[in-house]
Design a protein around this ligand. Sequence first.
Ligand code: GTP
Ligand code: MG
Length: 224
Amino acid sequence: MNENLKTSDLALELGRGLENSAEFTALMNKYKCAIMEVETKLNVLNAEFSLNYDRNPFESIETRLKSPESILEKMQRKGFELTLTSIEENLFDVAGIRVVCAFQEDIYKLAELLTKQDDIRLLRTKDYIKHPKDNGYRSLHLILEVPIFLADGKKYMKVEVQFRTIAMDFWASVDHKLRYKKVIENEEQIITKLKRCANVISRLDQEMQDIRNMIEKSEAESSV
Ligand code: GTP
Ligand code: MG
């Protein structure tokens, strides 16, 4: 099935709130623009850092637009009205960006530099690094609003940005893969082992950060 067909299926499901699927497509395009805006801001910060400090605060950025099926599934699961306005008001992760950093301190630095930009509105912060989830999941999640400029004016769009270290990303991708498997045996043991891995990874991130701090300190001392 191609993307347009899926989109029009959703439009049908959305029912009276939506006259035609062109409006849904237009909304998705706005989210795409919002993703581009935030991605550019992050790339600008990365470029500036490499120029001034000779290092990149992040290793990679991935972006994704939530699929019409996932949007519909989430709206129904949460019992939200199926209209475009309701999608915009209730879903915070239609536009998603994942930023993977080598070092934990760079996560906070980047998040700070991004959110202090005067066109960005910070709606919500979930710090699963300082407060990991029970299963061991760690990442910093921000819900932002970013303005996009259209022919008929300015519009703020919501974007979810997830910041992780490479090690946290490794853990989360393994956890994500296992999440869809049907566990019949040893479930408790698997949960315990995953959590233990998350703790090992957290210590690893701390050690890596310490190493970088030591190197930076020694560089600074040798240059005076
Ligand atoms: P969603 O309805 O799933 O978006 O959750 P939420 O609105 O409560 O937001 P939360 O910030 O907790 O999680 C949002 C996203 O973070 C998820 O869609 C995943 O991408 C990621 N995430 C959260 N918890 C976990 C986890 O335990 N494991 C993995 N692998 N990813 C997670
Ligand atoms: Mg989500």
